[in-house]
Design a protein around this ligand. Structure first.
Ligand code: TXA
Ligand code: MG
Length: 314
């Protein structure tokens, strides 16, 4: 298959209307989209990614007016979260509208819905006119792509079109919040922080990943975000062995140690924005060991440490 590269949301949307798969930029990471009403179109996403079919996709819309075509009901606390954080890096899991394909939700009766806060994504979704099911646009298990070049690396020849945009601003995925119970429960930490959610709904809690032995958010049970190298979590650069084949990413340090690759970030936000890109650079340079400095789990640190820990599972 020839993969078209374009900067035109309208050109990309035409592929969607032909049941094809299109990668598109968002503020979190790039997504791999198809018409969420069409099981036939959605199945092509799972094929391109090599994603297990029991892992549901997030459905993306351009504006609140499209919500009734995606979800069946919305509890009032979820409405409050939407008012505050839509558009943005937040996904709410709600009872699904029957029109959404069962392939998109992996047969669940719920659907994750999100409105990205990104001008190109917004134009693209508006041009499509239908809700777009989209996971991150990486090959399953690999770090999520934060640039169109990373999408091309993973998906060239496997999908119809890549809508090019700038590097993703947030760099980690959206926060997934289960809104099917009496209170919001975080299934995956992400771009909207626990503190931000609690400022609107104080009773928001972090979910245990497995309920009754069954994964409530099926994606959390799979290996994720993995570069080829071994990832080690360290509390500082002093704990590392610098070599040509090792790499370091962390926060400010005056240490002059030399690595094959090194990234010192200004703060946790830059760290989050850089992590997946750094992992991919390490792959290109055939780095064998990556040291990631641990950070405190307040704010974006919660999502950042979640991604680092998952990458460190061998
Ligand atoms: O920022 C993001 O969320 C990006 C961009 C493209 O929007 N998307 C993304 O999708 O990260 P993906 O498929 O890589 O991760 C979606 C996560 C998975 O852990 C999945 O299991 C969970 O959300 N999820 C999706 N629908 C769900 C549902 N109905 N119930 C529980 N978890 C759900
Ligand atoms: Mg993903």
């Amino acid at each position: 298959m020839k993969t078209k590269l374009t900067i035109s949301p309208a050109v990309a949307a035409e592929f969607i209307l032909q049941e094809s798969v299109v990668a598109f930029p968002t503020e979190t990471v790039y997504g791999l989209g198809a018409n969420a009403f069409s099981g036939n179109a959605v199945k092509k996403i799972f094929e391109a990614k090599g994603r297990p079919s029991d892992n549901p996709l997030i459905v993306h819309i351009a504006e609140m007016g499209q919500l009734p075509s995606v979800v069946a009901t919305i509890p009032s606390y979820a409405e409050k979260l939407m008012e505050e954080f839509f558009p943005g890096p937040l996904t709410l899991v709600l009872p699904k509208n029957k029109k959404i394909s069962n392939a998109a939700t992996a047969g669940l009766r719920t659907v994750g819905v999100r409105i990205p806060n990104h001008p190109v994504a917004k134009k693209f979704l508006a041009e499509c006119g239908v809700p777009i099911a989209a996971p991150s646009a990486n090959i399953s298990g690999k770090p999520s792509p934060t640039t169109w070049q990373a999408v091309k690396f993973d998906m060239n020849g496997k999908i119809s079109c890549i809508l090019k945009g700038n590097p993703s601003r947030v760099g980690v995925e959206s926060t997934v919040v289960d809104c099917t119970g009496n209170l919001p429960v975080i299934l995956r930490a992400g771009g909207v922080t626990l503190e931000q959610l609690r400022s609107i709904i104080p009773s928001t809690r972090i979910g245990k990943h497995h309920i009754d032995g069954k994964a409530k958010s099926p994606g959390v049970k799979y290996r994720h975000y993995s570069p080829m190298a071994y990832v080690f979590i360290v509390s500082g650069i002093e704990e590392t062995v610098p070599m040509k084949s090792s790499a370091y990413i962390g926060l400010g340090s005056s240490d002059k140690k030399k690595f094959g690759l090194k990234k010192i970030c200004r703060d946790e936000h830059e760290y989050a924005r850089s992590l997946f890109h750094f992992f991919r650079e390490c792959d290109t340079k055939k780095i064998e060991t990556i040291y990631c400095e641990s950070v405190s789990e307040g704010g974006i640190g919660l999502a950042l440490m979640d991604r680092i820990r998952k990458a460190a599972i061998q």
